[in-house]
Design a protein around this ligand. Sequence first.
Ligand code: C5P
Length: 229
Amino acid sequence: VTLIAAIVPAAGSGERLGAGVPKALALLAGEPILAHAIRALVAEPRVGLVVVAAPPGLESQMERTTRGAAGGVPVRVVTGGATRVASVSAALALIPTDVAVVLVHDAARALVPGQVVAAVADAVLAGAPAAVPAVAVVDTVRRVGADGSSETLDRATLRAVQTPQGFSADVLRAAHARTGSTATDDAGMVESLGHPVTLVEGDYRAFKVTTRMDLLLAEALLADSGEAS
Ligand code: C5P
């Protein structure tokens, strides 16, 4: 019985990266971003299934990339949707009903450390309906109103949320069964059903590779850790 399944939404265009290919296939230290993300997930030994949502037309290419990085863990690939929520829903439909815990991890967070994946999994296996990694916010953040006025928020009360986000499979299914959600992540959807979201310690290395500058930072981190060899 697979204890934990991982869903990897990788169907975004990655326009902000400007690599000319969908972001998950952009190369980071000579390998697709997706391959790094898959390796980070399957380093968690309790992950027994990986389901990737791929852009239309790139399913078989992403399947090869994922299989190559998954170290023998079973892999499924689905066609993603127009939004991240739609991509996660499509992947969720392939998760067998006997899977207890689902992790949802952005392909773009390619360098998430193993202890973050483990901490999220541990929290959900211990009974949390939802658990997300979070880090302190380094910038001072202002809230801007419709009239252009703005106010400083108390930075000490803010956290930036990363992935993988972990869920009891039933709770995630219920959240995705509700249509019309405007949440920007799965935890937000689960929260709107009234479930608490547990925060675990995130890591700045789990940052989302979004821009060219992020790619340079990720290359530097890999070189520094010796993983790029
Ligand atoms: O665009 P953004 O970086 O916020 O996307 C977060 C993740 O969601 C990425 O891994 C991206 O590939 C994925 N995504 C998706 N389907 C979409 C849009 C984004 O799987 N339609």
